[in-house]
Design a protein around this ligand. Structure first.
Ligand code: ASP
Length: 342
């Protein structure tokens, strides 16, 4: 009898301990997480003016605010990602939307992609010239077409037909981007913002966002103007699902920035998820290896942002800097630019 009572007691204590552990585990995941980037590159503090840095920080903060507002209210990760990216697309500072880089022909051609980690649905546009916010066009392809990727004038037409705001190609032009093209015109040289040999004068970069919402859904998006002086309809990694963008509720959401050709060849965004799922690596292990070892050994410069299903997030890069920021439901938030800052 005594033994039975002991056993009963022991079982009760064990159950209580398990429940407590379960609660701890559940509460370890923040209700929501939003991480953004504004491009990786040769971004060094000594080459940046205080005003310029302030301007970048302001836009990054506005992008975080726009996305967080949605997540705090219980909104979808997808909506937060789109809202945050639209803010950066509308700012002339980044190589996405207004302020995007020029092609060799003196036009602006924009790439973007979007992925829902819950349904594994995805959408992308490549080489659009008139869509004001390419990230919304990418989402539209996902939501309102049977396709994943539309390119060129067809993609512009699709967006217009579905009522997205369109603009003249000249809307995207900025003086600074024109100067960058003029320097390279007549040469075979193409330039990524992060290859800048004159970083003071250069602006950076591709923009992206990843989010985990209160329902546990993950989403990712990326938007860019690509490379200065690009020709022949060059398309980078940003609009390629699995290369520049990937999201899967079972693993993580990823948005990349860097030398697109390397990111395509290494299927970087998908590789992060695959290493987690197939190899059992943590988000930290998977991304450290890819950015600091695999890409670095090949000469592929850049970075990425990622959040996993448990709300862990990382922002690794192998360039001198990467515009980045995050905010979580449990009050962690920061904006950083250079290597040594968080
Ligand atoms: N990944 C982009 C591209 O290759 C550029 C960048 O991230 O700066 O088009």
């Amino acid at each position: 009898m005594k033994q039975l009572i002991y056993l009963l007691f022991a079982t009760m204590i064990l159950t209580a301990c398990r429940e407590e552990a379960g609660r701890k585990e559940a509460s370890a995941r923040p209700d929501y997480v939003l991480v953004i980037h504004g491009g990786a590159g040769t971004i060094k503090q000594e080459l940046m003016t205080a005003e310029k840095e302030q301007a970048y920080r302001q836009v990054l903060q506005a992008a975080l605010n726009a996305g967080e507002q949605i997540l705090r209210a219980g909104g979808a990760a997808m909506d937060a990602v789109e809202a945050a990216i639209r803010v950066m697309e509308d700012a002339p500072l980044f190589n996405a939307g207004k302020g995007a880089v020029f092609t060799n022909a003196g036009t602006v051609e924009l790439d973007a992609s979007f992925m829902d980690g819950n349904s594994l649905n995805a959408g992308a546009v490549a080489g659009v010239r008139t869509v004001k916010n390419p990230i919304s066009a990418a989402r539209l392809v996902m939501d309102s077409s049977v396709h994943v990727m539309l390119a060129g004038s067809g993609a512009d037409e699709f967006a217009r037909e579905h009522g997205l705001e369109t603009v003249e190609n000249s809307y995207f032009y900025t003086e600074e981007r024109l100067k960058q093209l003029e320097k390279r015109k007549g040469t075979e040289e193409v330039s990524l913002d992060h290859d800048a040999e004159e970083p003071v004068k250069k602006k950076y970069g591709t923009v992206g966002a990843v989010a985990l919402d209160q329902a546990g859904n993950l989403a990712a998006g990326t938007s860019t103007g690509g490379m200065t002086n690009k020709r022949w309809g060059r398309v980078g990694d940003a609009p390629i699902i699995g290369a520049g963008t990937y999201a899967n509720n079972q693993s993580c959401a990823v948005s990349c920035t860097g030398h697109g050709e390397y990111y395509i060849r290494n299927v970087v965004a998908y590789d992060v998820s695959a290493r987690m799922l197939y190899k059992g690596e943590s988000l930290q292990q998977a991304t450290q290896y890819i950015i600091h070892q695999k890409l670095k050994e090949q000469g592929g410069s850049g970075g990425l942002i990622a959040v996993d299903k448990g709300g862990n997030f990382v922002m690794p890069f192998n360039t001198p800097g990467m515009f980045r920021g995050y905010v979580t439901a449990d009050g962690r938030t920061a904006i950083a630019i250079y290597k040594d800052s968080q």
